[in-house]
Design a binder for this molecule. Structure first.
Ligand code: FAD
Ligand code: MG
Length: 304
C-alpha cells in the first residue's frame, strides 16, 4: 500500500472540483467530521477576471483570493485531503461499495459518495480577433457581474445567435447599447420595436476585430469605441464524469447541465452535482449555496 491518504482510504465523499461549489460542499462534509477527498484541476471559470462582483460580503475582490481563503479554511479540518489534478473517469463499484474516480496520474480514489462540482467551460466565444484576449477584462457574459464597472459608458453585444436580442434589451440599464448582429440574423418586427423603445442601436455589418480596450472594427472600416462588450456565451460541462457515471442531463438555453433534485442529487443515487454544471446560468453566490445543499445532502445520504 502507498502512504498516500488520497488513495488508501475509502473516503466518505469525493468532491471533484475545488472552486466555489466544491469547496462549499466539502466544508459541510468536513464539519460533519467526514473524510472528504477534494480533487481539483485549478481552472476556475472566472480566472480571466481580476475582480468579482455580486457575491455578498466579497464584492470587488480578486476571485482567486476568495477561493484561496476558502481553501485554507477548509484544509484546517483534519479529515480533508486535497489532490491537485484532473479526474478523468468515474465508475460505480456496486451498491454498497460506492464509486471509483480515476486520476490523470493513473491511480483510482474510492468514495462512498461523489459530489461533482466541475463547472462549465466557455468554449464558443465569437471567432473574432481580439475577443479571447479581452475575455473577463473588457468582454463579459454577465452584466450583473461586470456591467456596473463600465461606468455607464457605451456598451455592445456581440451576437452569436438571436439570443443576443434578449441581452441587448436588458443592457441599456448599464449604458447606451449597440447590438452587433454580424449579419447572422435579423430581429423580427416585435423585437425591433422593443429594441427601439430601449434605445438600442443595431449594427448589421460583419465585425472584423476588437481593438484597444473594446473598440469594434467593422467590415466597412468604421471603428466604434465602447467601454465594454457582452456575449451570450454557450457553455459545456467541464468534464465528462457526470455522463460517464450515467447522470441525466438537461438542455439549457446556454448549454446542457446536470439534472438534480431539490437537494442536488443527480439521477444516479449517491452522486450529487452543484455549481455552474448543475444550473442553467450560474454565479459564485449560487454555486456556494448549491454546494451547501449538495454537501449536506451527501452527508445525510451516508446514513441511508
Ligand atoms: P468553477 O469555479 O468553474 O470551478 C470548477 C473547478 O472544477 C475548477 O477548479 C476546475 O479546474 C475543476 N475541474 C473541472 N473538471 C475537473 C476534473 N475533471 N477534475 C478535477 N477538477 C476539475 N460570477 C459572479 O458571481 N461574479 C462575477 O463577477 C463573475 N465574473 C465572471 C467572469 C468571467 C470572465 C466568467 C467566465 C465568469 C464569471 N462569473 C462570475 C461566474 C463564475 O465564474 C461561476 O459562476 C463560478 O465560477 C461557478 O463556480 P463552480 O465552483 O461551479 O465552478
Ligand atoms: Mg467547485
Amino acid at each position: 500500500m502507498s502512504a498516500d491518504p488520497a488513495f488508501d482510504a475509502i473516503h466518505d465523499a469525493i468532491v471533484v472540483g475545488g472552486s466555489y461549489a466544491g469547496l462549499s460542499a466539502a466544508l459541510q462534509l468536513a464539519r460533519a467530521r467526514r473524510r472528504v477527498l477534494v480533487i481539483d484541476a485549478g481552472q476556475r471559470r472566472n480566472r480571466f477576471a481580476r475582480t468579482s462582483h455580486g457575491f455578498l460580503g466579497q464584492d470587488g475582490r480578486d476571485p482567486g483570493a476568495i477561493v484561496a481563503d476558502a481553501r485554507a479554511q477548509l484544509l484546517a479540518y483534519p479529515t480533508v485531503t486535497w489532490l491537485e489534478g484532473a479526474a478523468i473517469a468515474g465508475r460505480a463499484l456496486g451498491d454498497a461499495d460506492g464509486f471509483a474516480i480515476a486520476l490523470a496520474a493513473g491511480a483510482e480514489a474510492r468514495g462512498r459518495r461523489v459530489v461533482l462540482a466541475v463547472g462549465v467551460v466557455d468554449d464558443s466565444l465569437p471567432d473574432i480577433p481580439g475577443v479571447v484576449e479581452r475575455w473577463g477584462t473588457h468582454i463579459f457574459h454577465c452584466p450583473y457581474c461586470h456591467g456596473y464597472e463600465l461606468g455607464g459608458g457605451a456598451i455592445g453585444v456581440l451576437a452569436s445567435s438571436p439570443l443576443a436580442v434578449h441581452s441587448a434589451q436588458m443592457l441599456p440599464d448599464w449604458g447606451p447599447t449597440t447590438l452587433f448582429t454580424r449579419g447572422l440574423f435579423e430581429p423580427d418586427a416585435d423585437q425591433l420595436r422593443l429594441l427601439d423603445r430601449r434605445g438600442v442601436t443595431i449594427e448589421r455589418a460583419a465585425v472584423t476585430a476588437i481593438e484597444g480596450a473594446a473598440d469594434v472594427r467593422m467590415a466597412d472600416g468604421r471603428v466604434i469605441a465602447l467601454a465594454g462588450l457582452f456575449v451570450v456565451s454557450h457553455t459545456r460541462i467541464a468534464s465528462p464524469l457526470a455522463a460517464q457515471l450515467g447522470c441525466e442531463l438537461e438542455d439549457g438555453l446556454l448549454g446542457a447541465f446536470v439534472k438534480t433534485d431539490a437537494m442536488r442529487e443527480t439521477t444516479v443515487r449517491g452522486v450529487f452535482a452543484c455549481g455552474d454544471m448543475a444550473v442553467m446560468a450560474g454565479s459564485i453566490a449560487l454555486a456556494v449555496g448549491d454546494g451547501v445543499r449538495a454537501g449536506v445532502a451527501a452527508h445525510q445520504s451516508l446514513g441511508r
